[in-house]
Ligand binder design. Structure first.
Ligand code: ZN
Length: 167
């Protein structure tokens, strides 16, 4: 038991070190503040790692999480291109929001990194990142059901979209 506690503590501090290292940008307002950092356990079904690349693709077309728990989503950009030309984000839409209509509206919002300000269409989103960058957000899983997610960088939703399924 003691060893377990130590391991958890070690993981915890390791995560803090990692998350502090090289982070220059201010934490984005929309992403929920972390009150506690849970170890990123591979067995946690709500700990999602989504990668994106220079070929305008996510590595997943479908994300499944469990209802009634927090979701930790890590978006990695494994490409090399700058966010001004190949920026990616993860945007989770509320049910009933039309993905194409949202994507077209968001594409005009360059000044806010392609997130319409004051929008009521979004459950959660990451900041916009470029090659080599990572963004992590934590949010409460919405009610059971199927939701759309996309990258809202102009034109990307044609390829960069998928289903977010809460079970
Ligand atoms: Zn993108």
């Amino acid at each position: 038991m003691r060893l377990f506690v130590r391991l958890v503590a070690a993981t915890f501090f390791g995560l803090i070190l990692i998350s502090c290292g090289g982070k220059k940008e201010k934490k984005e307002g929309f992403s929920y503040e972390k009150k506690e950092v849970k170890p990123r356990d591979a067995s946690d079904p709500n700990s999602i790692i989504l990668t994106s690349n220079d070929a305008m693709q996510f590595n997943k077309k479908e994300i499944k999480v469990k209802a009634g728990a927090k979701v930790t989503l890590t978006l990695k950009h494994v490409g090399k291109m700058d966010k001004s030309v190949m920026g990616h984000n993860f945007v989770l839409l509320k049910q009933g929001v039309d993905l194409v209509a949202f994507g077209n509206k968001a594409a005009t919002k360059k000044e806010t990194d392609y997130i319409p300000s004051g929008t009521d269409d979004i459950i959660a989103h990451t900041k916009l990142i470029g090659g080599g960058e990572t963004a992590v957000i934590e949010f409460d899983a919405p009610a059971k059901g199927v939701y759309d997610f996309l990258c809202s960088f102009p034109g990307h939703y044609a390829l960069m979209k998928g289903k977010f399924i809460v079970e």
